[in-house]
Design a protein around this ligand. Structure first.
Ligand code: PRX
Length: 653
């Protein structure tokens, strides 16, 4: 064990507090007075932030709040794409790099300046117009992590059409559901992408999905991998045929502040994913401000690498809209962390002089497991700030990140937020707030967060309970696409008048905030949100399955892992083949990320007298904990039998 690891271990078991370094305090974008200033008048704080955008018509109203519906800056007009591109080009920053693109295959790189991105977005906007896309439409984007994905998003925004980006790991069924729910008429995709050294197929999934979506009239296809794909006459168009010859000029129109910008599907507590709607001005204000202050962005010198997928909200807010609104330079990496060697990430940091690295704990834990020799073989001295997002970070991973990657001098910002919140809600501010390994510390300025009990009463320092947001904020979702009742019920009715996040949290004795994880039936696997109901729904679609109960069990690397308990219909027997088929079915219906790590076939499931499956107790079984209070069960022996079975059956992963 080297000295660094001894230092890490010495810090575990006690809660360490790291004061902001003098270096950061001297030059930080945020100052110590920011919290008080924002608290004194949050609306004025956000209005001042919003004025940093370029408006066609300046707003005069800041917030209109009729619970549970908020509008921000509603009488102003602007264009999101102009704010990301045109204004930087007009300010003479056209030669600044917007993205250093790094494809998964070695040597496949592109440098994209603000000028070239602007021109390509204009071409794509002209092409989408030609395909009939108009303001108010929705366009589905199903692409690998390549620059054209960002171009397509910004081209939609330029036209006032909302994009719905669907993660490339989702399969045809999931894709079809999302396309139908948002009533998309145009799909932008690629033949495939590069992942784990091979070409994945995307167009083939679009073709299968569109068999269920007759309303889709046009598909735009980027040639990325060169694989054979079928093109449907009249419906499908190659990007290089339709977009590339277009004019690089496109006059952008201004749209209302509340123009829908995008819909992003995420898992809730039911089998039906929710289309989370974000609108323009409030969202841009939130992500631009947080990107600048949380990451202490110096746009003319920093190289920001948000290592997330564009198919999730982190990519939308901190690869696309936040950095572009701020005129920052980002790295966009297509592939997995070990493509071309376990030091691939650190080579990218060294090659591009990455200064700000933002990723999920699951990746940090994986990189940590591979060993220090990989980061140590590279010059990482360009790094000056590290961020974490998506799930609770365990203190050991936090300390490794700080000591081995950040060499003890990079502040770590553990940022809590959600698809629904649009941008970061709780985080330390570098140079201002102290940090503790595993704590999100406090609400971002202008945001009011509390931890409350069942009755909505504040728990106070030293207490634990539910995380709520007390007041509306600019980046908050404006609703669930097509389902206003579910929006009101899910987020605003549990603690009346306050936003209910679905997370458990505690305040320590210093009043610092610790996020404990979901308290509902939402799992967090490798930072991906999955609903237990969605996986159960896939399992019972198999003819052999009578009932299924799914839980998220703690997992060292992925945070949580999917564990399923199924009972079979009569005439079917448990077998390894059946279990393999069930896992494959889940992968096919939802995507490989949802594949259960374990599936246990059991004669019965533990139920209450009213017939409700007790998932809480099944989680105890899956985590090999001693069984808690089983008195509410109709037949407690069922649970002991499952527990014995679980211990006796070798893991099938
Ligand atoms: O449980 C919380 C967890 O991720 C959930 C939100 O997931 P999603 O909408 O996919 O967005 C992820 C990226 C913003 C939350 O309800 N979560 C997110 N950040 C943290 C976290 N849990 C603990 N600490 C965090 N920093």
């Amino acid at each position: 064990m080297n000295n660094t690891h001894e230092a890490i271990e010495a810090h575990l078991g006690e809660v360490r507090r790291f004061a902001p370094s003098a270096q950061f305090a001297a030059t930080a974008n945020a100052t110590v007075t920011i919290y008080d200033e924002a608290d004194a008048d949050p609306e004025a704080f956000w209005a001042a932030c919003a004025r940093k955008l370029e408006w066609a018509t300046p707003f005069t109203k800041t917030l209109d709040w009729t619970p549970p519906n908020a509008t921000w800056f509603s009488d102003g007009t602007l264009n999101a794409s102009v704010n990301c591109l045109d204004r930087h080009v007009a300010a003479g920053l056209g030669d600044r790099v917007a993205y250093h693109f790094v494809g998964e295959p070695e040597g496949d790189t592109r440098t994209i300046t603000y000028q070239s991105l602007f021109e390509e977005v204009c071409r794509a906007a002209n092409a989408l117009s030609q395909l009939g896309v108009v303001a108010g439409d929705r366009v589905a984007i199903y692409m690998p992590m390549i620059p054209e994905a960002i171009v397509a998003m910004l081209a939609c925004a330029r036209l006032g059409a909302a994009h719905s980006v669907i993660f490339g790991g989702f399969t045809a069924d999931a894709l079809a559901h999302r396309i139908t729910d948002a009533d998309c008429r145009v799909v932008v995709t690629a033949d495939g992408g590069f992942r784990r050294g091979a070409a994945s197929g995307l167009k083939v999934n679009v073709d299968a999905a569109l068999e269920q979506c007759p309303q889709v009239r046009s598909v735009l296809v980027v040639r990325r991998t060169g694989q054979e794909v079928s093109m449907h006459e009249g419906r499908d168009h190659w990007w290089h045929d339709l977009v590339s010859p277009q004019s690089p000029v496109h006059e952008a129109q201004a749209f209302p502040a509340e123009q829908p910008l995008y819909v992003m599907y995420t898992s809730g507590t039911t089998a039906k994913p929710k289309g989370i709607l974000h609108t323009t001005a409030g969202y841009l204000t939130h992500v631009m401000t947080t990107h600048s202050l949380v990451f202490d962005l110096k746009a003319d010198t920093d190289v920001v690498w948000t290592a997330a997928d564009i198919g999730w909200v982190t990519g939308h807010s901190y690869i696309v809209y936040g950095p572009l609104c701020n005129g920052a330079t980002s790295v966009l990496y297509e592939g997995v962390p070990d493509a071309g060697g376990k030091d691939r990430w650190w080579r990218i940091v060294e090659d591009y002089g990455v200064t700000i690295l933002y990723t999920a704990p699951t990746t940090i834990r994986t990189l940590m497991k591979w060993g220090d020799e990989f980061p140590l073989a590279h010059d990482l001295t360009s790094l000056r700030l590290l961020g974490s997002v998506g799930e609770p970070i365990n203190p050991e991973a936090w300390m490794w990140y700080r000591e081995v990657i950040g060499k003890g001098h990079c502040p770590i910002v553990d940022t809590w937020w959600q698809t629904e919140t649009g941008g970061i809600m709780a985080t330390p501010l570098p140079g201002v707030t102290a940090t503790k390994p595993g704590a999100a510390m406090r609400a971002f300025p202008g945001i009011s967060i509390d931890v409350v009990d069942q009755d909505g009463q504040s728990v106070g320092n030293g207490g634990g309970g539910f995380l709520v947001v007390n007041k509306p904020w600019p980046g908050m979702t404006r609703g669930i696409w097509g389902d206003p009742e579910r929006y009101a019920e899910t987020y605003w009715s549990q603690v009346p008048g306050r936003y209910f996040a679905g997370d458990g949290a505690k305040l320590d004795d210093d009043g610092d905030l610790w996020i404990l994880g979901r308290i509902d039936d939402v799992m967090n696997v490798s930072g991906h949100r999955l609903s237990t109901a969605e996986v159960e729904h896939a399992l019972v679609a198999h003819e052999a399955v009578a009932e299924a109960a799914v839980v998220g069990a703690s997992d060292e690397t992925t945070g949580q892992a999917v564990v399923a308990f199924v009972t079979l219909r009569s005439g079917f027997d448990a077998s390894e083949v059946l279990v393999d088929n069930l896992r494959a079915l889940v992968a096919q219906m939802i995507g490989p990320i949802a594949k259960p790590k374990r599936i246990l076939v059991t004669p019965e499931l533990p139920k209450t007298r009213s017939g409700k499956i007790m998932r809480r107790l099944l989680r105890d079984v899956a985590e090999h904990r001693s069984l808690g209070d089983t008195t509410t069960l109709l037949d407690p022996s069922v649970l002991s039998m499952i527990d014995d079975l679980m211990r006796a059956t070798p893991s099938d992963d």
